[in-house]
Design a protein around this ligand. Structure first.
Ligand code: HSE
Length: 413
């Protein structure tokens, strides 16, 4: 009998219990071993919940029980999750987690510890919710050099942007619905300011290119400044706005990574990824584009990925399953400002023709974007240039008294 302990009984934790019980027979068959969830670590009481005999409040009860071979961390956050996961691995227990903040912050260290202790450290649920992405990337696509990964990686913001775009719903109302549906983080600022998507692109980048990429090294913009006018401009340009995480390997061996809202052409496969769905495009040199699509957040989709990792850990109790990457190195992630990009720009301007002349002098051949109802401004898409050069040209424009209202990245094909 393989005993499992679940740390946390929130949205994901309760989903893990639900999936484990509902699909118990198939799960046991696929694991090839009898399994039970012996403990659920909670911080408060849950009266009326049917697992009273499993609830414990001390992590040491789990740590000191040699029957527990697999620890499932679904608490989220770094404290106390990091301490518990570290101690569980150190004690020779296998760990499964859905915690992207933990993996993005300490992945290399925890993977090294798991290797030293010959146990599994698995985290499929940390990216893309119920979408299989980490195993496909590390196994099925492993013959490829990965040129690029571009993804809609946060369900909450995609839900909000979809509601704003298709229903004209206000930002706060859409966020409240996403929270009620259990999509958002405990502190939803991590969703809307881009931090959650950043953690996920860091995990994908680390896995695809073999070295840990830390969130602090990835320039990150959220969606809080996106307005109804921006959405109309995107539509007039021929696309939609999505919060995108992207990473690619440059010819010099450095990694370019960025999280930002972006105009995406209607032709793109990512443009129709709506609501809570995530879409992740992986460009391999042998496969070409492979797109992964599914529910990126929510109780049961996320629990599906967690329980699948539990099954995998149970199948590999003796010979650990290798998935991972090495430690970070200095200078591995490039300065995003040095890499060519394309920006959509809105500038306050009473006289558009004059403003356009100044813009063309500074930025060359821009493409104007027009929304007839929006007055007194010039909106345009720049040519592809190093982002730092575009930013310097926009500063020069401001010295000519044209104030920049907003800039949004444009996703290249
Ligand atoms: N808050 C996250 C999201 C949950 O909205 O995508 C899944 O990681």
């Amino acid at each position: 009998m393989v005993s499992v302990a679940v740390l946390g009984y929130g949205t994901v934790g309760s989903g893990v219990l639900e999936v484990f019980n509902k699909n118990h027979d198939g799960i046991i068959r696929k694991a090839g071993a009898e399994m039970q969830i012996k403990y659920i670590l909670v911080r408060r009481d849950y009266p009326g919940v049917p697992y009273q005999d499993k609830f414990v409040k001390s992590f040491d009860t789990i740590l000191n029980d040699p029957d527990v071979r697999i620890v499932v961390e679904v608490m989220g956050g770094l404290a106390p999750a990091y301490d518990y996961v570290y101690r569980a691995l150190e004690a020779g227990k296998n760990v499964v987690t859905s915690n992207k903040e933990l993996v993005a912050a300490y992945g290399a260290e925890l993977l090294a510890l798991a290797k030293e202790k010959n146990v599994n450290f698995l985290f499929e649920a940390s990216v893309g919710g119920g979408i299989p992405i980490l195993r496909p990337l590390s196994q099925c696509l492993s013959a490829n050099e990965i040129a690029e990964i571009v993804g809609i990686l946060n369900g909450t913001t995609n839900f909000i942007l979809t509601k704003m775009f298709h229903e004209g719903m206000a930002f706060e109302k859409a966020l409240k619905i996403a929270q009620d549906l259990g999509y958002a983080e405990k502190d939803p600022s991590a969703d809307v300011n881009g931090d959650d998507a950043c953690r996920k692109i860091c995990i994908l980048a680390s896995l695809a290119y073999g070295r840990h990429v830390y969130p602090k090294d990835v320039h990150t913009e959220g969606i809080t400044k996106i307005t109804a006018e921006d959405v109309r401009y995107a539509s007039s340009w021929g696309g939609v706005i999505k919060l995108i995480g992207q990473v690619k390997k440059l010819e010099n061996g450095q990694i370019y990574a960025l999280v930002s809202p972006a105009f995406i052409s209607r032709e793109s496969q990512l443009a129709t990824v709506d609501d809570v769905f995530n879409g992740i495009l992986v460009r391999g040199d042998a496969t070409g584009d492979v797109v992964f699509y599914g529910r990126g957040a929510g109780k049961l989709p996320t629990a599906s990925a967690v329980v699948a990792d539990v099954i995998d850990a149970a199948k590999h109790l003796k010979a650990r399953k290798y998935i991972g990457w090495g430690a970070a190195v200095d200078g591995y992630v490039c300065d995003y400002l040095t890499v060519p990009t394309t920006l959509f720009v809105r500038v306050a301007a009473r006289h558009r023709t004059e403003a356009l002349k100044s813009v063309q002098r500074l930025l060359g051949n821009v493409k104007e974007v027009v929304v007839p109802e929006v007055k007194d401004e010039l909106a345009f898409v720049t040519p592809s240039m190093p982002e730092g050069e575009i930013r310097r040209a926009l500063q020069a424009l401001e010295t000519l008294d044209y104030s920049v209202i907003s800039t949004i990245h444009v996703l290249d094909d």
